[in-house]
Design a protein around this ligand. Structure first.
Ligand SMILES: [Cu+2]
Length: 123
């Protein structure tokens, strides 16, 4: 049994409901007023059995497109719930915009050993 540093509440619902709603929509920080802006640039994170690259450094207002190129489901979730792609089926993508400067460690909600880091630099 893996000991999680926080409860995975709501994750079951998200895994089922979000893939239907995501499509090509841009996800963003919940509650962030500036979250509705355009992506000034889109960076790519490739999901295999690991995140490639594991460290992504971007600027405020830029986006990351997570693409599941593996044969099984994966997700990307900020450790502090800064963002959550929901479950990505093989071949699926989710675009997440990062409007605020932050350091955001993230992992796959289905496979916690899969970890990565996003650094959002101030403009
Ligand atoms: Cu995974």
């Amino acid at each position: 049994m893996i000991a999680f540093p926080f409860p995975l509440r709501g994750s079951t619902v998200l895994r089922v409901a979000l893939p239907l709603a995501i499509g090509a929509a841009v996800l963003a920080f919940p509650g962030a007023a500036a979250a509705q802006g355009k992506c000034t640039q889109i960076h790519e994170v490739d999901i295999q059995h690991v995140f490639v690259p594991k460290l992504m450094v971007i600027k405020q207002g830029e986006c990351i497109r997570f693409t599941n190129n593996h044969t099984i489901e994966h997700s990307a979730i900020g450790l502090q719930r800064e963002f959550n792609t929901g479950t990505l089926m093989p071949g699926s993508t989710a675009v997440v915009r990062f409007p605020e400067a932050a350091a955001i460690p993230f992992w796959c909600g289905l496979h916690p050993p899969m970890m990565g880091n996003i650094v959002v630099e101030a403009k």
